[in-house]
Design a protein around this ligand. Structure first.
Ligand SMILES: *Cc1c(COP(=O)(O)O)cnc(C)c1O
Length: 330
């Protein structure tokens, strides 16, 4: 469709499966829960950033970049997938990471995504918590330029309009899967952080004309701030793909009730959601994003906010590579 005019590399395993979560649906006594397995995008144990990186890395190559730079939390899934994509493209990678939790847990500091970043031969530059990451990225690009090296900078979470194209594409993919399975979805539930995933999906559903409510469960931000962030990026993404659609107020929904104490700190409801999904489905969620998103879905189901017969799709955005650093939480 309209995405053909954008350059793109292909390293994700697509389409990702769309499967029923029969036992979880039954345990909650409805709705009918489906899962879109973007934890199975393939690259470096999967996750949602891989779809964004197909477009971002293509732009980096077009610009003749030799180094890819991005930023995030120490255990960033985005950083890990970027490091893998850079390796895949034969490019160098610099990760600017902060230990926002000020964790001293050696597993958090060295294992999981950090271990994988190192395996992909990315260089890690650790900065103090609270550093202005956008400024740090620009500075790093300028430093490379001084030495005649062209660097391409990817914002936190790969969340700009180019990255969001990955989820415009996912919206199209999901629509055609639903069609071929003769399914009508009533809602989609997902975790929302740097906003590119939700913005891309909302823009993509606008484009395909699918009127599917997207419930973004916040992983750190307050509801209002998150909705503003998603709205701004959705508008920019619609502009980029050339879709002249009107955004209504309730097209952008975020909920911060399941964040708990803050980013990357699992709440009791997060742990319950991870356990329940593991025990009923043999499926792994993660303590930072999908555990909080599923906690939201479970609570909505218990509160009767969905009808029993509704088909609700949960977007699994990945992240379970970070589970092992949270051994103490279980
Ligand atoms: C980054 C990430 C998200 C959030 O996606 P955004 O596009 O940043 O909002 C959700 N789940 C996982 C596992 C992630 O790594």
């Amino acid at each position: 469709m309209t995405l053909e005019k954008f350059s793109r590399l292909h390293f994700a395993h697509l389409p990702t499966p769309l499967e029923p979560l029969t036992r979880l649906s039954k345990a909650l006594k409805g709705p009918e829960i489906w899962i879109k397995r973007d934890d199975c995008t393939g690259l470096s144990s999967g996750g949602n950033k891989t779809r964004k990186l197909e477009f971002l890395m293509a732009e980096a190559q077009t610009q003749g970049a030799e180094v890819i730079i991005t930023a995030g939390a120490l255990q960033s899934n985005h950083a890990r997938q970027t490091a893998a994509a850079a390796a895949r493209c034969g490019l160098k990678c610099l990760l600017i990471l902060e230990n926002g939790l000020q964790s001293k847990n050696p597993l958090y500091l060295q294992n999981d995504n950090v271990l994988l970043d190192r395996l992909f031969n990315a260089k890690i530059q650790e900065v103090t918590a609270g550093t202005d990451m956008d400024a740090a990225l620009s500075e790093a690009v300028a430093d490379f330029a001084k030495n005649g090296v062209k660097a391409y900078s990817i914002p936190i979470g790969g969340s700009n309009p180019i990255g969001a194209l990955g989820y415009v594409d996912c919206a199209q993919e999901l629509s055609s899967q639903a069609q071929s399975m003769d399914l009508t979805f009533d809602a989609l539930v997902m975790g929302t952080g740097s906003a590119g995933t939700q913005a891309g999906l909302v823009a993509g559903f606008k484009q395909t004309g699918l009127n599917l409510p997207v419930h973004g469960m916040c992983v750190s931000a307050l509801r209002h701030d998150q909705e503003e962030k998603v709205r701004k990026l959705t508008v920019e993404t619609l502009e980029l793909i050339g879709v002249d659609a009107h955004l209504n107020d309730d097209d952008i929904k975020a909920n911060s009730d399941y964040v708990g104490e803050g980013y990357a700190i699992p709440a009791a409801s997060t742990l319950e959601a991870i356990r329940m999904t593991a025990e009923t489905e043999g499926l792994l969620l993660d303590p930072v994003y999908t555990g909080k998103a599923m906690a939201g879905l479970i609570d909505y189901a218990r509160k009767g906010l969905f009808r029993k017969s509704d088909n609700v799709v949960f977007l699994h955005t990945g992240g379970s590579a970070a589970l092992f650093a949270y051994e103490n939480s279980f």
